[in-house]
Design a protein around this ligand. Structure first.
Ligand code: G3H
Ligand code: 13P
Ligand code: ZN
Ligand code: NA
Length: 308
């Protein structure tokens, strides 16, 4: 069934594991992720960005997720990723999403609070849960020293006040991750001290880690080997994700690893089989790569296998 993340997060919090939130853009991506979760008996968050809605058409994505549920009977959360306004959140809630993110983190603190409050009010009235964000995800050039960190990373006291005043159901925090395939120039490093402080101030409250792809070298290498050009890509090491999952992080967002797995497999398939022109062959290879990668994440990194 389509579910909210309420009970799923409570179990993940207590069990010190995390649920993967995977970005979906088309049928093969959805099928690969869902097949993996089914084989691992894991709950699943499928998240849709504004860009995904534009690419695939909201109706198609919703029906594809419904088909996945018909097919597997898995508990799936359908989540809006990075909603940037009350309007898009409302639209998704009215469309049957069970969870929305209102990302007003680029606004000043008080404005962020008032936008989130408005979404929470509308969502809770319809039984939908809300994720918000406080702090700014560091880009590769940001946060090189302590004062930069204080300016961009989530302030723990503000986080506690923010949750209290908004009534939000989960909070995305900035502790050094960033979106995309180039997360660190030097050694990967997250501010675990800050995470610990935040989670102590917010006991029994689910935190969310965006920009949490590992940028698996295996797929970067395959892309480069088969004609790609993505040098120097680097992500969050798996042991850091395991550690975060034990410190109150219940939702770990993964998009880049899906993109890399699918692209690597499609590049390989097309180049190794130049006579093929049946899209099912290379898209099928992409789907299989996604499935294998997601199974690995669920079983070996997130720790959510057999928790349904
Ligand atoms: O946070 C961004 C996600 O990776 C979604 O990316 O906006 O290109 O769909 P997108
Ligand atoms: P990655 O780019 O690390 O996969 O992060 C995805 C994300 O945070 C989507 O909201
Ligand atoms: Zn994100
Ligand atoms: Na957790």
């Amino acid at each position: 069934p389509l579910v909210t993340s309420k009970e799923i997060f409570q179990k993940a919090y207590d069990g010190k594991y995390a649920i993967g939130a995977f970005n979906v853009n088309n049928m093969e991506i959805i099928q690969g992720i869902v097949d993996a979760a089914k084989e691992e008996s894991s709950p699943l968050i499928l998240q849709v960005s504004a860009g995904a809605r534009k690419y695939a058409n909201p109706h198609y994505l919703k029906k594809l997720v419904e088909a996945a549920i018909l097919d597997t009977n898995l508990p799936i959360v359908l989540h809006l990723d990075h909603g940037d306004s009350f309007e898009i959140c409302k639209q998704c809630i009215d469309d049957g999403f069970t969870s929305v993110m209102i990302d007003a983190s680029h606004h000043p603190f008080e404005e962020n609070i008032s936008i989130v409050k408005k979404v929470v009010e509308y969502a809770h009235d319809k039984g939908v849960v809300v994720e918000a964000e406080l702090g700014r995800l560091a880009g590769i050039e940001d946060a090189v020293n302590v004062s930069d960190k204080d300016a961009t990373f989530t302030n723990p006291d503000e986080a506690a006040e923010f949750v209290e005043r908004t009534g939000v159901d989960s909070l995305a925090i900035a502790i050094g991750t960033s979106h995309g395939a180039y997360k660190f120039k030097g050694e990967p490093n997250l501010d675990f001290e800050r995470l610990e402080t935040i989670s102590k101030l917010l006991p029994n409250f689910p935190l969310v880690l965006h920009g949490a792809s590992t940028v698996l070298p295996e797929f970067v290498d395959l892309c480069n080997q088969y004609g790609g050009d993505i040098p120097g890509a680097k992500g969050v090491p798996e042991d850091m994700l395991r550690r975060a999952a034990q410190q109150g992080v219940c939702k770990i967002n993964i998009d880049t690893d899906l993109r890399l797995a699918m692209t690597a497999a499609i590049r390989k398939s097309i180049i190794e089989d130049p006579k093929n022109f049946d899209p099912r062959k290379y898209l099928g290879a992409g789907r299989t790569a996604i499935k294998d990668m997601v199974k690995h994440k669920i079983a070996n990194v997130l720790g959510s296998s057999n928790t349904i």
